[in-house]
Write a protein that binds this ligand. Structure first.
Ligand code: GLN
Length: 495
């Protein structure tokens, strides 16, 4: 069978179980695809030996009739996850040479469920960014191109390497993480599916921290069914993360009936932004029509504090980041600057952090320390926290009115050109997160599903937001949307 790397998780799993392919064959197909795709710069640390070893072990388990849910399925892991003995750099120079002694709970869960790790995936430095351009490895590239030119496009960020690798069939699926939108925005930019679960569903243990009250891991996959399979494997209660919740993980895949009759889908008026391209507006409308045709009831809703979400996020996230990143001091991890005669510990910290952190990370640390400083704490940080509570309450009120899920666009545009934002104000880049940050601030599950192509032939995604802990129902609504949208386009291979 040719091009096994093009399979999704569910199809590959079924073929493995029937004995029609082996994990070694699947893994070799992915490794060959990765070797041929250096131009995408998606995989930044390749682990072929580990992959083949795990694939052989998986084949043995399958033969013995002891195959857990992801047994033998090759996946990529975002560089933000600590993986034992394998470079885990969060795409930062400051973690150069860091090989953790431990494995993140999520990547351990995937390993325990039989998944095969192919390597580590590119991302924005410390997951700060929306274009993958802040990475110390250089940006990953979107496999999609505009129909009328060959401008290199961003795969989105921060999980840009994950998105590029899944869209280009270098792996069957990948892990991502989202603090503000880093799973849904890159998924939308590359025509794949990505779900950020409820805060507390996946353990954050062993994932390099950006903003701890917002960070959450999730799968990036070729279909909603695959997202259901992989999310279940990633989730667990973990005593090593005090914010991980002790709640049963249902069989998400079994909940994909496609029946959404009688479900109430809310359309929030505040997400209709000024200057939003008419194609996005049209896609949103057609998404609502598809859900209606599948038997859902469409209702207009209001989430009045939406306009404060981005400013609140860009206070809270940098504040937490400035504290989390204080540990990179040249002593405990990775890189240390070369010191001059007479330099003391202060110079060592200063030089190490100046060399080790890129511009965007330094900007966040400065903003974060500023909003937490004695004179400004109440004016910025405390106010942002109050706004966050109001944003959360907006959602609670809508869900209390019986709304089952909320439909919005995933991003305000399709993928933009690499370098296009270089001269722009950083706030221009921050606007990418306008539809996604509210969900992280409120701790809710959100999923991006590819729903169409724009005039330039680039994918566009729709976002569905669900009730807390109700990922099963959310995935089922997404499944109904996916079934109706029938998005089957793939990027033309140029790399
Ligand atoms: N783009 C957002 C930021 O730069 C979100 C990043 C993320 O979700 N990790 O903060």
């Amino acid at each position: 069978m040719s091009e096994l790397n093009r399979l999704g998780l569910a199809e590959a799993r079924d073929l493995l179980r029937k004995g029609e392919v082996t994990s070694v064959q699947l893994t070799e197909a992915c490794l060959a695809a990765i070797e041929a795709a250096d131009a995408l710069n998606a995989f930044v640390h390749k682990t072929p030996e580990i992959a083949l070893q795990r694939a052989e072990a998986a084949d043995a388990r399958i033969r013995a009739g002891d195959a857990p849910s992801m047994c033998g399925l090759p996946v990529g892991i975002k560089d933000l996850f600590c993986t034992r003995g394998v470079p885990s750099q969060a795409a930062s120079r400051i973690l150069e040479g860091f090989r953790p002694e431990y494995e993140s709970t999520v990547s351990q869960n995937l390993k325990d469920s039989g998944a095969v790790m192919l390597g580590k995936l590119n991302m924005d430095e410390f997951a700060m960014g929306s274009s993958n351009e802040t990475s110390c490895y250089g940006n990953a590239v979107n496999p999609w191109r505009r129909g009328n030119d060959d401008t290199a496009l961003t795969p989105g960020g921060s999980s840009g390497g994950s998105a590029s690798a899944v869209a280009a069939d270098l792996c069957l699926a990948a892990t991502g993480t989202a603090t503000g939108g880093s799973i849904r925005q890159p998924a939308a930019f590359t025509g794949i599916t990505g779900i950020k679960p409820t805060y507390g569903r996946c353990s954050r243990w062993g994932i390099v921290a950006f903003a701890s009250s917002l960070d959450q891991a999730g799968p990036m996959t070729k279909s909603v069914r695959d997202a259901a399979i992989m999310l279940e494997a990633m989730c667990s209660h973990d005593p090593k993360d005090s914010t991980s919740t002790e709640i049963p993980v249902p069989d998400f895949e079994a909940m994909l009936t496609g029946d959404i009759r009688g479900k109430k889908i809310g359309i929030p008026k505040e997400y209709r932004m000024d200057g939003m391209p008419d194609e996005i507006e049209a896609l949103w409308r057609s998404g609502a029509e598809m859900l209606k045709a599948a038997g859902a009831e469409i209702v207009d809703i209001s989430l009045p504090h939406t306009k404060y979400a981005l400013p609140a996020y860009y206070v809270i996230a940098p504040a937490e980041a400035s504290s989390n990143l204080a540990r990179y001091d040249g002593v405990r991890y990775g890189h240390r600057a070369k010191l001059a005669q007479g330099d003391g510990i202060t110079e060592m910290y200063e030089k190490t952090r100046a060399e080790g952190f890129g511009d965007e990370v330094q900007r966040r640390v400065m903003v974060g320390t500023y909003v937490l400083s004695a004179g400004f704490y109440d004016a910025y940080y405390n106010r942002a926290r109050k706004v966050r509570t109001l944003i959360k309450r907006d959602f609670e009120e809508v869900f209390a009115q019986g709304v089952d899920a909320i439909l919005t666009p995933a991003t305000p545009s399709s993928a933009f050109g690499l370098g296009e934002m270089a001269e722009a104000d950083p706030v221009q880049m921050y606007l990418n997160d306008v539809f996604t940050v509210t969900v992280n601030l409120a701790g809710l599950p959100g999923i991006a599903v590819p729903a169409g192509l724009d005039r330039q032939g680039l994918p566009l995604g729709l976002q569905l937001i669900g009730r807390p802990w109700d990922e099963g129902d959310l995935l089922n609504t997404a499944f109904a949307l996916e079934t109706a949208a029938q998005f089957v386009a793939k990027p033309g291979k140029w790399w």
